[in-house]
Design a protein around this ligand. Sequence first.
Ligand SMILES: [Zn+2]
Length: 462
Amino acid sequence: MKIEFHGAGKMVTGSCHLIECNGVKILIDCGMFQGGRDLDEENRNDFGFDPRSIDFLLLTHAHLDHCGRIPLLVKRGFSGKIITTSATRELARLIVLDSAHIQEEEAKYKKKRALRKGKKESSYEPLYNTVDALNSLDFFVNLSMFQKGYELAPGVQVTFFDAGHILGSTCILLEVREKGVKKRVLFSGDLGCSGRAIIRDPAPAPDSDIVIMETTYGNRLHKQLEPSIDELFEAINTTTNRGGNVIIPSFALERSQELLYYIREGIEEKRLKKNLQVFLDSPMAISATQIFQRHPECYDQEASQIFKSGRDPFDFPGLHFTRETAESMALNKVHGAVIIAGSGMCTGGRVRHHLKHNIWREETGIVFVGYAANGTLARRIINGEEKVRIFGEQYSVRADVHTIGGFSAHGDQQDLLNWHEQTNSPDTTFLVHGEESSMEVFSKLLSKTKVEMPELHQSYEI
Ligand SMILES: [Zn+2]
């Protein structure tokens, strides 16, 4: 049996691992490289294998860095089967169509810029377009059930386990019998942490011989969730009581739904005002919320009970979905409301319009609940810059800025260690999906296993 790493080698994006066993080729994830121009270009390079030769693609979850290159894989000749959970299939559809749209827009912009500079023609083409993305959706078949084995090929069985990371997310176990020897190969995908709202905790990891695991936060411990929810409610109450708007830049998938869930809970527990007005101002977050509403099979016990009692865990009287641009613009006139809008790092999307209208007002509260990379508008506001540029104009930052760190979809060092412990001393552990510094720290904490940190396109006999 052979394993090759064609993404997420000593980095956090581009997840794509290839297993060759019993005459079949199985890909685990086919994600996009993200983070700067060099990595963007990496997406255009050869996959490191022939897409036409792949029999199965098993998808752990719907984040872009795990599913974003699927349309390209199909465009370059993949004709196998894509197997994943039903919730992941729906979310991946949303993510790859959005990605195709963004790439089409970027290509258009770059062509226009080239023409403006007097260049005759620009050869810039999108990585894939909307038609490619739609075509790739035809290859999703045979939806998996959690913890129910499925025979991919003679001697190759696959089982999906709950990863507790985002709706529909899984860890994938391959059980391979080759020349009379049975090996259990476990892919962590991205792992969540225990006790989060909506989705179940990660399932206990099964005994394994080979483990391929993520290490995003292999060197860090998270803040606790409960105090973070208290901070969120406090920020909402103080801001709305003085008549200001609460602007929450948020990622469309998972974090926005978590916010709605906690706000509903806060209203029911009378910790937030009964008539609190909340606007979810992101077409993508609205679509993602509707997908969450359609997949109660992924809920944890608490969310399930709410659903079974006939209520909607993501709805409350003051919630408004503003899908249309005109509705979004009308929010410039509201006061004392909560506005949740993308993008989480304020690099694009409608949140920049809301910042433009509110950031210079003393009564405003801006609440950051997610990761903000260096150089982004979100990071500049978090760092306390007094003036920031939005749409080419300078604005004074007079709003109250809150940074709340306890909401994470990724397990921290302790969660990762606990999960690895459950795999019961595997022969080899491959660390992927993490910065090298994080992997180095984490690798020193693992004992009773050989640790490997593969480079991009590195291959191993296992
Ligand atoms: Zn993820």
